[in-house]
Write a new protein. Structure first.
Ligand code: ADP
Ligand code: MG
Length: 697
């Protein structure tokens, strides 16, 4: 789409400069092309009328036809409301307005039949619809036989009368002019093979569907196209990188063999062995590695990373490993130090709180090559940190890092790029992984070390606190330790902190003989570290904390994770928190505390947690509940601005689109064939707007 579709939106009939500015700001709609791709997010079936006695409050939207019997203004001032009752042959329904009353009241007349449309709700035991759309019923009502599209809009736009209906009208104005300008954007052969609807009809049907069948054909075609081009671009990036970026070759396994046969602290799982092989294969391939290692909490990613480091180091390379927090960096450092000692390697730790004298020494040893491994936080990314020969850069728990930061590690060496390994404990559903990481190779550790006991997860209401305290007591008497986690978010920070400290005081009163620690993000990092260490060494028995302990912390003796206000946490966060226990040989427990008032979603999240400990199952459930836009890290990808597809629902279309993209590239890697001219054009138009993604991972 070009030329016509680049026309500024203000030149569309019915828009003008003021509304154009709002559309720019509120919906990112700048051009005709932007508007036409502002697809409906839902369709309302206006072909169907409900009988009043068949309506229930759990229905999302209903349309009813009824005669207005009674109309009344109730209350005064801010509590003023307009109430109307309509009846059909089955019953009576209340309609209510709190705003725009003057305007509505003018439209309503007793004894006239209306069509009302809205979301039913239960209020004081009575069913009503607040702020319904309402219009006089005529035999030729404009909505009859029509699936009405619903467009996303905002409060500000609505104030300027740009509600969903108004946007629909704009779409109709635009379509009238636009249809002749719409050109096909998929190759003919793909359209034929997949029996896709053509582009012009798809656009038309998506905004003004003739019937359900045409609508679903249009949706399929547009989603397929969107996902096809994303996959094609990702696959091309991968091909290009394999071509362009030479990888350093590391193939010396002498250190690895020594470690593996003499110093390995435990038998590796088969999944760990498999992933080690995959990484080593990359390291010796001559191509730069870009690999994501996914494994649930506790699956043992660290040792895998370490073993592969040995191959790099044997051949004279250095390794950097970056963690998102100081606590986590330090834990990696301590854990890995024990291993490096056994084979005489040099390792150091660099964080924001490293003293400057130590820092200087580290800088020197990195530059002259004496230092083999550096562990650290963002501090690693400072310009002063230079390597003699950085062979591999590892980032742990990547979702905490922005794309920008991850790419910085690359730029340490001018001409040769280090191999990149990203470790993630956030299980990502297949559909999402394909889209987010379509240009990375993915290794999955899908097996936990032997002997781990399944964590028991229980949901308890706040009123059962006494039982919970009793449970804590028993566990502590058996020599174990307990986490109690409170939510803390910026918007309600003060109140949250108060809950946390109140909880801490209550725990101190309930367990006067025990040492109890407290950790939250507002504390100085020395104090935090002090408390963490006290807990890790077993001195304190209970740790009251916020989610600062979410990532990576490892205290095998802690067997109970209590999560307060569990309803306020997201699923993946709950899963991460639960992963803090169950790290030793003892049976572990996770207790989700909540009050009785739970939203449907919160109930679903808690139910999912109680049902399963499988990270992938949880991730799928999370995707369904929240949608992909909310998933951690996805905003950073820049590829998630999907116009029409929904990754939580369109997995099958994605799969098909990816297969097709692969086929196209297999047949015609450089896209020079005539039939693929359409694709080439489309990609060129993308490239105009997008910066270089190939440098990012
Ligand atoms: P994560 O994948 O969550 O980063 P870690 O690497 O921290 O997991 O490993 C969790 C714990 O399991 C560590 O204490 C580690 O030493 C231990 N571990 C890792 N692999 C094995 C194994 N194959 N057998 C027994 N314990 C293991
Ligand atoms: Mg870890």
């Amino acid at each position: 789409m070009s030329g016509f579709f680049d026309t500024k939106i203000e030149f569309l009939k019915g828009v003008g400069p003021q509304k154009a500015e709002l559309l720019n700001k509120e919906l990112n709609i700048f051009t005709f092309g932007d508007l036409i791709q502002h697809y409906p997010f839902r369709y309302e079936d206006r072909t169907k009328y409900y009988k009043i006695n068949s309506i229930s409050p759990d229905m999302t939207f209903v349309q009813v036809k009824g005669v207005l019997r009674h109309l009344e203004l109730i209350g005064a001032g801010r509590r003023k409301r307009l109430v109307a009752f309509i009846t059909d042959d089955t019953g009576e329904l209340e309609l209510v307005w709190f705003q725009g009353i003057q305007w509505v009241v003018k439209k309503l007349k007793k004894g006239v039949e209306y069509i009302a449309f809205g979301r039913p709700a239960q209020f004081n035991g009575r069913l009503n619809i607040a702020h319904p759309e309402i219009e006089i019923s005529t035999n030729t009502s404009e909505n009859d036989g029509f699936l009405q599209p619903v467009y996303s809009t905002t409060e500000k736009l609505k104030l300027k009368y740009l509600d969903s209906k108004a946007i629909f009208k704009l779409q109709m104005n635009l379509l009238e002019k636009a249809l002749p300008h719409i050109v096909e954007s998929l190759p003919e052969n793909i359209i034929r093979e997949k029996s896709l609807l053509n582009k012009k009809d798809s656009i038309l049907q998506v905004h003004k569907p003739e019937n359900r069948n045409m609508l679903s054909k249009a949706l399929f075609r547009l989603k397929f196209e969107e996902l096809f081009y994303i996959q094609l671009r990702l696959l091309r990036l991968k091909l290009a990188r394999i071509d362009k970026f030479k990888g350093q070759v590391f193939s010396n396994t002498s250190l690895l063999n020594e470690f593996y046969h003499k110093h390995l602290p435990f038998e590796l799982t088969n999944a760990q062995k498999k992933v080690i092989k995959e990484i080593i294969k990359d390291l010796r391939s001559g191509h730069q590695m870009n690999r994501l290692m996914q494994g649930d909490v506790g699956s043992g990613k660290t040792i895998v990373a370490f073993i592969t480091m040995l191959v790099v180091i044997s051949d004279g390379g250095q390794v950097a490993m970056m963690a998102p927090t100081e606590i986590l960096a330090e834990q990696h450092y301590q854990g890995l130090s024990e291993l490096t000692e056994r084979i005489g390697l040099k390792i150091c730790l660099l964080t924001g709180s490293t003293k400057s004298s130590v820092r200087k020494e580290i800088h020197e040893k990195l530059e002259n090559g004496e230092m083999n491994i550096i562990i650290g936080t963002h501090a690693l990314l400072e310009e002063k940190v230079k390597f003699k020969s950085l062979g591999m850069a590892i980032t742990d728990e990547q979702h905490r890092f922005g794309v920008e930061q991850r790419s910085k590690l690359w730029q340490k060496t001018e001409d040769v790029y280090p191999h990149i390994l990203i470790m993630s404990a956030t299980p990502i559903p297949r559909t999402l992984a394909m889209t987010l990481y379509g240009d990375l190779d993915v290794s999955v550790i899908d097996e936990l070390p032997k002997g781990r006991k399944q964590i028991h997860t229980i949901h308890k209401y706040d009123s059962h606190r006494i039982w919970v305290f009793g449970f804590i007591k028993k566990e502590i008497e058996a020599g174990r330790q307990v986490y109690i986690v409170y939510p803390l978010i910026e918007e309600s920070e003060k109140l949250d902190l108060k809950h946390l400290t109140d909880g801490y005081e209550a725990i101190k009163r309930a367990f006067p003989k025990e040492q109890i620690g407290i950790v939250h993000g507002k504390m100085k990092s020395q104090d935090k570290d002090y408390e963490m260490k006290r807990f890790a060494s077993g001195q304190s028995k209970i740790l009251v904390a916020t989610t600062v302990i979410e990532v990576g912390v490892n205290v095998p003796n802690a067997t109970v994770m209590i999560i307060e206000n569990a309803e306020r946490f997201g699923l993946s966060q709950l899963h991460q928190l639960r992963g803090r226990v169950g790290r030793g040989a003892d049976q572990s427990y996770c207790i989700l505390m909540s009050n009785y008032k739970l939203t449907k979603e919160a109930k679903e999240r808690i139910k999912t947690m109680v049902r399963t400990t499988d990270g992938f199952e949880i991730a799928e459930a999370d995707l369904k509940l929240r949608g992909p836009g909310d998933m951690m890290g996805t905003q950073q990808s820049g590829l998630m601005d999907l116009l029409i597809s929904d990754l939580s629902k369109d997995g099958i279309i994605l799969q098909a689109a990816r297969e097709t993209a692969k086929e196209v590239l297999r047949e015609d890697p450089s896209l020079t064939k005539n039939e693929n001219l359409v694709i080439r054009k489309k990609i060129e138009s993308f490239n105009k707007n997008v910066f270089n993604w190939s440098k990012i991972s």
